[in-house]
Design a protein around this ligand. Sequence first.
Ligand code: NAI
Length: 340
Amino acid sequence: SRTLKPAASVTFQNGFKNFSTSSQNNFKVVVAGAAGGIGQPLGLLLKQNKLVTNLALYDIAPVTPGVAADLSHMDTPARVSGHKGPEQLADAIKCADVVVIPAGVPRKPGMTRDDLFNTNASIVRDLAACIAAKAPKALIAIITNPVNSMVPIASEVLKKAGVYDPNRVFGVTTLDVVRAAAFIGEINGVDPGCVSIPVIGGHSGVTIIPVLSQCEPAVKLSDQSKIEALTKRIQEAGTEVVKAKAGGGSATLSMAYAGARLVCSLLRGLNGESNVIECAYVKSDLTEATYFANPLLLGKNGLEKNLGFGNLNGYEQGLLKAAIPELLKNIKTGEDFAKK
Ligand code: NAI
């Protein structure tokens, strides 16, 4: 693989942050599920990221080489390769620094994320097995739903292969954070980009816990009923999109944006940047649930330090109490599947 250098006078934007050219800037990112509703715009955003040198697009869909050809015509440095079908998976995965997985079926109206389990579980299992064999040190970011169960599946597969590192497997909950910030920005009348809001727990219904008491700046809502309505909206925001798309799938564009942000942060951590913090769903001993999402410090080996979730107010403690049994159930479903 070759490394392309932009002309000194050209500044490439990645949409999130500018980087100094003195950093490593030499990473291979794989998108598995690259031809889908999330995968395509995710590829579009990652092709603009200066830290990405190689962008490998993997999918089983026939259009995959076309998506790669299309993106390769963008005048940004990342080299794009397309890989279609299981026989080309190993080639896509080898030497990956980060593998981001949006492969699998999305929800239709009336479906819960758990309804996707049967189809998506084997997809994630097989991708994890290939990562274990071909890029055991890669950071893995799982977008595929139900995230609460898919992360345990991938972890069990990596364990079986003897290459599991809990600091390298992330369930992507960034969209919950992005949504919370968007809604709070609107309520407060400020740029949502300035809103810092931890969302903890997991990624489905009651397991999504926005910690509104820790929001900076403080959420401008006076009474508790409005706080509860906002909490509910954040928990059900995915369903809001599923309903509005009326059978056309679930969130794709905002998810691609959120996924690109998490991948960008993982790369910044790998690149040695300090103070890179994101919420994600990881192996955890903070609660009874053995996987849990909350703010994490990212670094050269993935998860550098679990930052915990600080103090919750009474209402938020109630939310946590409701989330735990659901998380335990979701985790068990994933682990049982992987052990079969
Ligand atoms: P989509 O159906 O548009 O795309 C999925 C892609 O995966 C398709 O191109 C399909 O060919 C591909 N695929 C299927 N089996 C595969 C395999 N074995 N290997 C590689 N690729 C394979 O679906 P969309 O809208 O992109 O959603 C993808 C997943 O992301 C769904 O499970 C959805 O529920 C989830 N999602 C997660 C969110 C989160 O916050 N974590 C938010 C929104 C969606």
